[in-house]
Write a protein that binds this ligand. Structure first.
Ligand SMILES: Cc1ncc(C[n+]2csc(CCOP(=O)(O)OP(=O)(O)O)c2C)c(N)n1
Ligand code: SF4
Ligand SMILES: [Mg+2]
Length: 351
């Protein structure tokens, strides 16, 4: 993979977070994507979210598949663990890593091709198992890296750059994630950092499967008139149901509630989501209603964005499997080999 490292020098007066780190400490190599690609804005939002949450970079594992989107982990969190896997295989590699070490924060980055075609099964099973992760799809409706073929999220009838209309029905990944059992589902737009940064922060804080579908225009192959994934189209059809702020547990929680328009949702780790409701009838805790709302928006030609579904008391895969709390690489010999008596007991139970 190509990369250009950034000079380490930076201004001594850059603002710092609770760890004394600057925004620069959360950056990665210089991006080699097309200038103006939506994916770079998402990398910027991830950097901002991790900086604001004061996450120690070495506590993050970033994983991806193949595509322009899957290249992006090289461009953020340069001091974190990273694994650029095979096309569509990020979810299983992330699941394995998470099972081996639950102490890291897992960020999976994928594309609409990577997730909605070759990795479709992987995506489905990772989400339904409730792996504790932030799964981000950088959704541009095309295979950007291989020069702009329609992906499975391209809307039916939407024209390619050369004018051919897409013949197939689109897959709605956010709707599917809700159906499959994700406990945090949101949609946003790479060009709306005000909405996207808090959503990423909340997804990272969420202890369960968090899925984010981020519309991210491909300026090289899918930013023409008629495309439903272009900057102009998304700006014109964006129907935000809510905006959030995330107040993390370790901060004193003081809230100014605007009557009728703010809803507070406490998360398991003590953080509080402060939802500024834009659609007064939208309640993100109602799973079935959320699915219906998405369908209605789609039928009306709207791109519904915001926090779409939240289960504020999720359990994750480790809880269900009752796995050891310790990362596997920290287990001592005695824990790994409990001895002959323990083995006899297991064997006896199976007879
Ligand atoms: C097994 C396999 N099949 C096909 C490819 C070719 N390929 C590379 S990237 C890609 C699609 C990428 O599209 P997407 O995930 O939407 O990422 P984008 O580039 O649009 O961000 C394909 C088909 C591959 N690398 N490996
Ligand atoms: S081809 Fe498209 S998706 Fe790939 S870097 Fe360029 S603009 Fe981004
Ligand atoms: Mg794509």
């Amino acid at each position: 993979m190509t990369y250009i490292s950034k000079p380490r020098l930076h201004h001594p007066k850059l603002p710092t977070n609770a760890l004394g780190l600057t925004h620069r400490d959360y950056e990665g190599s210089v991006s080699t994507l097309c200038a103006g690609c939506g994916h770079d804005s998402i990398s910027g939002a991830i950097i901002q979210a991790c900086f604001e949450l004061s996450i120690p970079p070495h506590r993050v594992a970033k994983l991806s598949g193949i595509g322009c989107s899957s290249k992006t982990p090289t461009y953020f969190l340069g001091a974190s663990h990273g694994f650029n896997s095979v096309h569509g295989r990020m979810p299983s590699v992330l699941t394995g890593a998470n099972l081996a070490n639950r102490d890291l924060i897992y960020i999976g980055v994928s594309g609409d091709g990577d997730t909605a075609s070759i990795g479709f099964g992987q995506f489905a099973h990772c989400v339904r198992r409730g792996v504790n992760m932030t799964y981000i799809v950088e959704n541009n409706g095309v295979y950007g890296l291989t020069k702009g073929q329609f992906s499975a999220t391209a809307d039916k009838g939407a024209p390619s750059k050369r004018g051919n209309a897409n013949q197939d029905a689109a897959i709605d990944l956010a709707g599917l994630a809700i159906m499959l059992g994700a406990t945090f589902v949101a949609r946003s737009f790479s060009g709306d950092k005000t909405q996207l940064v808090p959503l990423i922060k909340a997804a990272i804080q969420h202890r369960g499967a968090a899925f984010l579908d981020v519309i991210s225009p491909c300026i090289a192959f899918n930013n023409h008139p008629g495309s439903t994934k272009s900057f102009d189209y998304v700006r014109e059809h964006n129907e935000a149901v809510n905006y959030l702020d995330v107040i993390i547990g370790r901060d004193p929680i003081t809230l100014d509630q605007a009557a009728g328009s703010v809803e507070l949702v406490a998360q398991h780790d003590g953080s509080v989501l402060k939802l500024r409701k834009l659609a007064p009838d939208y309640d993100p805790t109602q799973r079935i209603a959320a699915m219906g709302y998405l369908q209605e928006g789609q039928a009306a030609g709207e791109i519904v964005t915001g926090l779409l579904y939240l289960d504020d008391d999720p359990d994750d895969l480790h809880e269900r499997l009752q796995t050891t709390r310790k990362p596997l690489n920290a287990l001592a010999d005695a824990e790994l080999c409990p001895g002959k008596a323990a083995l006899e007991k297991v064997n006896a139970a199976l007879r």
